[in-house]
Design a protein around this ligand. Sequence first.
Ligand SMILES: [Zn+2]
Length: 338
Amino acid sequence: MLGGLIFCLCVTAGAIGKLALAKVLPPKRDAAQPSVQTEVQTDAKKQKKEKESAKPSAPTQPSPTQPAQPVPTTQAPTTPPTQNKSKPLPYLIVDKYFTNLRTDNPATPIYDQYTATERAELGLPVEIPDIEPYAEKKVAYLTFDDGPDLTNTPKILDILKEQGVPATFYVVGWRAEENPDMIKRIFNEGHAIGNHTYDHNYDSLYSAPNEFLWQILHTDEILRGILGVRPLIVRAPGGTYGMFTDAYWTMLDAYGYTEHDWNVCTNDATEERPDAARQIEYVNAQTQWPKKDDAAIVLMHCTSDKTETVKALPEIIRLLRAKGYTFGVVTPMTPQPY
Ligand SMILES: [Zn+2]
C-alpha cells in the first residue's frame, strides 16, 4: 500500500524559465501561406501516411545534438469537424490567437485546429497565454492512459456513457494509427483526448527533449489527421517526476502544451496488479482529504490487460460522487495536481 502511494505521489518537477522562442520554434515563412480553411486532407493521402508510418519505433529520430526540428507538415490541415447546427459543439476549438481559451465548464474538452508547427509557420502564437485555472469546487478528472485498444477502451466508454461522466484519454500515437475509429468514438462522445507520445518508450523519450518533442508533434499530426483538430494537453509516460529536466518543461511551454500528472491512482499499471476492490480502496484512501484546488486527477489505464480497472470503474465513479465530486476533462485550464 505504502509503496503504491509513493509511486502515485509524484511531485511535478518545478517550472522553469523560458528560452527565447527563436531557439525552439521552427523558422517562420513569409505571409504567402495557404489558407488552412480551404485545404482538405484526402482519404488517400491519409491512408498513404498511415501506411508509411511504421510503429512503434520507426520514426526517424532527431539527433540529440541538433536543434529541435518540427515534423514536416505532411498533411494539409483538415476542416474542423462540423456538427448539427442546432446542437452546440461538445468541445471548444481555440481560435488563432487563443482569445476564446476560456470556459466555465470543466467538462468541455479543448482542441486546436492548427498543429504547433503550423502555428509557427503561419506566424500565429504558439505558446498558450496565461489563463486562470477553473474555480470549480471538487472536480474529479478520470484519466485513462495508453490506449486506445479495442478490448477495454470500448467497455470503459460504455460505462462512462451509462454514468454520464466525461473523462480524458491520453492516447499513444501508434495505437491511434491502428484504431482511428476508437479515437473518433472518444472524441464524439465528448471526452478529451490528450497526447501520450508516439511509442511510450522511456529510453528514447527521456534520452533528450528533442526526442520527446518529436513524438508529441508526430502524434499530433496523426490525431489531427483523424479528427481535424489536435490536443493541447500532454501526459508524460510514467509521469514527469524523475523524468523531466527543466529543458523538457521549457520546450513544452514554448510549443504550447500543458502537461498534467496525477494525484490519485489505482495502481493498475504497477507490478502489484491490484484487483478491482483494491483499486477502489486506493481511490478512497487518496481522496480522504481535500486535494490541491479540489481537483482529483485520477490515473487509470485502458489497455487490454486492464479488466480489473473496467470492473472497478462504476464503483470509483459512485465513490467520487458520494464525496461530492463532479466530473471534468483535462484542459489547459485544469489546475495542476501539485
Ligand atoms: Zn502511459
